[in-house]
Design a protein around this ligand. Structure first.
Ligand code: GCU
Length: 454
């Protein structure tokens, strides 16, 4: 099935940064508008996409307000993110006060043309330790936008460390190296194992056919763990039957993911969403909703979502996926792009990877209302070593060095690549699933990514 290299977009690799310096990132807390103090507004639930049990309609009154009573663990600057909908095309300006004083933020609650399109607006504000009030007051006769909730603080970035440099390996094809040999030769600790697919129905299997337990995959996972490593399991890829399409609901899809999580007691999963699974909006929403369920049922589990990109960042489908994640309140740890198979780019592949990442950062920042720093900590990339599927897009070790510098500068969550199986020179012929197609030392690319620890 998925042994086609030419069309196969590499899967994701997950990196999990170490908790070294974590700037402003205490965990975020949500406060629902329907539970706040409301003056001259009403709680409603007639437009879908809200969180909690409803939202506040400001009722087209000047001076109507929502006041949140919030708790800050310490005095200092914190981000306040309002989730709102404005179905008109005009801004709905509001005065924002903290403890009765105007914050001075001139934030826009712009119209998006639909009351079901939820957006975020973020400001920085100084809070006192303990209880504070945050009030948003309509200043025109249109009233405010519909307000869903206030989030105080940034969501905590995921952990970094060895998990952040987990290259893809696949055991059913591509003449796989013994993972413990790879560990000994390179120092790599984490692998991203490809791919879990549908067996034709909503049941997960390696490459759609090998069993979760009792086969080569389980044997290798046990060996990696016995040698002090661990694995991220990747679902999807370019080829084969995707669980997102074969499971007919988010809860069924979450159940399929859960079977794999339970089989190996996984700490991290990667959804490599490509091809028809990526292209269908209903399926994208199902994957987002299933991941929310997985997050709720597996506290602390790390999730990555991996997809293709243009040289300047996600295309409209990729941005839609991220926006759906934000709208659903999915606290995804890593939005990961695969910066190759562009079909046209400028500069080196290292430079194109950096510009794709900058576009990704902007998309995640805008969707989630993160600070720049926290947006970087929620993005990553999975490159491809050597020849890719497109002529003129060969990725060299120099390109990996460029990416390594960028990763270290911004503390991105993951630096991975497709794949360990390809991380060696071809004996004869061109590149394929089992070699890179370029002149290289064994494991030259794995040895670069293991230098990244967050
Ligand atoms: C519509 C819409 C409300 C919204 C209102 C407004 O009535 O259904 O949800 O609050 O417009 O203009 O604010």
């Amino acid at each position: 099935m998925s042994r086609i290299t030419r069309v196969l977009l590499p899967l994701t690799v997950a990196l999990v940064p170490m908790l070294v310096v974590v700037p402003e990132s205490a965990a975020a807390t949500d406060y629902q508008a329907e539970n706040a103090t409301i003056s001259q507004g009403v709680v409603e639930s007639n437009h879908t996409g809200f969180t909690g049990t409803g939202f506040v309609n400001y009722d087209n009154v000047t001076g109507s307000y929502v006041e949140f009573t919030i708790t800050a663990p310490a005095a200092g600057s914190t981000s306040l993110t309002f989730r709102f909908a404005n179905g008109t095309t005009a801004n709905r300006p509001m005065d924002l006060t903290v403890n009765g004083a105007l914050t001075g933020n001139d934030v826009s609650f712009a119209g998006a043309g639909a009351w079901t399109t939820w957006q975020t607006a973020t400001i920085s504000a100084n809070l006192s330790a303990g209880t504070n009030t945050v009030r948003a007051t309509a200043v025109t006769a249109n009233g405010g936008p519909n307000i869903d909730r206030l989030t105080v603080g940034d969501s905590a970035p995921p952990p970094l460390g060895a998990m952040a440099a987990a290259p893809y390996e696949y055991f059913g094809w591509g003449n796989p190296q013994r993972p413990t040999d790879v560990m000994a030769a390179t120092g790599v600790k984490w692998f991203t194992l490809a791919f879990i697919l549908s067996n034709g129905s909503c049941t997960p299997a390696w490459d759609g056919s090998r069993p979760l337990t009792g086969g080569v995959d389980q044997t290798n996972i046990n060996a990696i763990r016995n040698a002090g490593g661990d694995v991220i399991v990747s679902f999807g890829g370019w080829s084969g039957n995707k669980l997102g399409e074969r499971c007919s609901s988010a809860s069924a899809l979450a159940g399929a993911y859960q079977r794999v999580i339970d089989a190996y007691r996984l700490k991290a999963i990667d959804i490599d969403i490509e091809n028809t699974e990526f292209g269908n909006a209903t399926v994208r929403q199902r994957v987002v909703d299933a991941l929310k369920i997985v997050k709720a049922n597996n506290p602390g589990i790390v999730t990555y979502v991996t997809f293709g990109t243009t040289p300047t960042g996600p295309d409209s489908t990729g941005r839609d996926l991220i926006n759906r994640g934000a709208a659903a309140g999915l606290n995804n740890d890593g939005w990961i792009v695969m910066p190759f198979d562009f079909g046209g780019h400028s500069g080196t592949m290292g430079q194109a990877s950096v510009s794709a990442m900058e576009g990704l950062k902007a998309a995640v920042k805008s969707a989630y209302g993160y600070t720049d720093d926290n947006a970087y900590r929620h993005i990553g990339l999975s490159s491809m070593n050597g020849k890719t599927d497109v002529a003129g897009e060969t990725v060299t070790t120099n390109d990996f060095q460029t990416i390594l510098s960028y990763a270290r500068q911004h503390h991105i969550v993951r630096f991975s690549f497709w794949s360990v199986n390809r991380d060696r020179q071809c004996v004869s012929g061109g590149d394929a699933d089992a070699c890179s197609g370029i002149s290289q030392q064994p494991y030259a690319f794995t040895k670069i990514i293991v230098q990244y620890t967050g």
